[in-house]
Design a protein around this ligand. Structure first.
Ligand SMILES: Cc1cc2nc3c(=O)[nH]c(=O)nc-3n(C[C@H](O)[C@H](O)[C@H](O)COP(=O)(O)OP(=O)(O)OC[C@H]3O[C@@H](n4cnc5c(N)ncnc54)[C@H](O)[C@@H]3O)c2cc1C
Length: 352
């Protein structure tokens, strides 16, 4: 039994059904396609698609679209970042989404689904050990299972767009994380988010002014959303809690630096499936994928956040180095990181 028909739950389900298990997936929404609050959404992620597909036993390449341009902005200062092994992916129930690809695979493998069925705290006592819990970035589930988390707040906007495959990231002192936009599959998705602090209307005004001034983009359909993520301590990642198998972002298999959760959730779905028949091997695999989490978490707290609070210093530094040297440093960092990464395709600043 698996709770959550998101990406990691579907990968676990498909793998187990292919091994001959009878698999039932229970999902709180009325359909597959992930959270109805955040989806349809577009996410951007570093990934080695062939290596990941091979590991999880499912070819996910059709759902991942190359990022063609990625601009990193420190205020208005633009660093045209090199893009290799970076992709957009759509989360929704539309045919172009990753969820549609995974759901089809599950149906072919014989997985059964019960929709409109949420995991509740009172159900936990009667659930069999080994139940897989894959409820994503869900505060209630974290509370019920005692998973430490950080709250985040965001302004979110999305809609149709004519062009595809561009992305930007924007940093400014007004928020401790960043604003980003992805264009893919005929839509755009824009998110301005921060951990542990409200993102005020003034912050949004500043972001919108930047968008208009620098990128010539205007949007007026902003919604305020809240969420939670298991990035509150260096030892957040945990495969098994109270006898249940944690899967996807709930397990803490994500990058605590940028918040990339796609690649960790992909491999974590496979690890959860392994945990059903071979817990010891699954634990080894889980530790392999999360081995740099604490190091990256500590780096973010001790080095990055103090620097990040002074975007002007980062901007000055990039100015002194010039775009060419900044990009060269960036590429060297990525190459070095990817050589040492456990999750295929990840970068130097990512835990994986
Ligand atoms: C707004 C937003 C933007 C993001 N941007 C990026 C990005 O650009 N790049 C990146 O790499 N990562 C990004 N992430 C993170 C990434 O999307 C997640 O880490 C990843 O989707 C998690 O996959 P999952 O399988 O753990 O959960 P999900 O795919 O979210 O699936 C969880 C499923 O569980 C269901 N569920 C929840 N509670 C219950 C319950 N009680 N009972 C039953 N079912 C339940 C949900 O409805 C959902 O279908 C973003 C996340 C959010 C929310």
């Amino acid at each position: 039994m698996i709770y959550g028909a998101g990406m990691s739950g579907l990968i676990a389900a498909c793998n187990l059904a292919s091994e001959g298990y009878d698999v039932l997936v229970r999902e709180k929404e009325s359909s597959w396609g992930g959270s109805s609050v955040f989806n349809p959404s577009l996410h951007t992620t570093p990934l080695d698609v062939p290596a990941t597909s091979e590991y999880i036993g499912i070819d996910v390449s059709h759902a991942f679209k190359d990022v063609s341009t990625l601009s990193i902005y420190l205020h208005d200062y633009k660093i045209p970042a090199p893009v290799f092994m970076a992709y957009h992916v759509e989360r929704s129930s539309r045919p172009s989404s990753l969820d549609a690809l995974l759901y089809d695979k599950c149906v072919q493998a014989g997985v059964k689904f019960e929709f409109n069925t949420a995991l509740r705290k009172q159900d936990l006592e009667s659930l069999p050990e080994g139940t897989i819990i894959a409820c994503g970035l869900n505060q209630a589930a974290y509370d019920d299972l005692g998973i430490p988390y950080k709250e985040w707040c965001a302004w979110m906007a999305r809609g149709e767009a004519e062009h595809d495959n561009d992305a930007w990231i924007w940093m400014d002192e007004c928020i401790n994380e960043y604003g980003y936009i992805s264009y893919c599959n005929g839509m755009y998705y824009n998110l301005l988010f921060a951990y542990g602090q409200e993102v005020t209307r003034d912050d949004l005004d500043k972001y919108q002014a930047f968008m208009k001034r620098v990128e010539g983009v205007e949007e007026d359909n902003w919604e305020y959303v809240r969420g939670a993520a298991p990035v509150v301590s260096p030892d957040n990642p945990q495969l098994v809690r109270d006898g249940f198998i944690m899967c996807g972002t709930m397990s803490g298999c994500l990058d605590p630096f940028m918040g990339f959760g796609i690649s960790g959730s992909l491999v974590s779905g496979k690890v959860a499936a392994i945990a059903v028949s071979d817990p010891a091997r699954a634990q080894e695999e889980f530790e392999r994928f999360t081995r740099n989490y604490a190091k990256v978490y500590n780096f973010k707290q001790e080095v990055w956040y103090p620097l990040r609070a002074r975007v002007d210093i980062l901007e000055d530094l990039a100015n002194i180095l010039g775009p060419e040297r900044t990009i060269k440093l960036f590429i060297e960092g990525l190459r070095k990181g990817r050589k040492h990464s456990a999750i295929p395709g990840f970068g130097v600043l990512s835990c994986n």
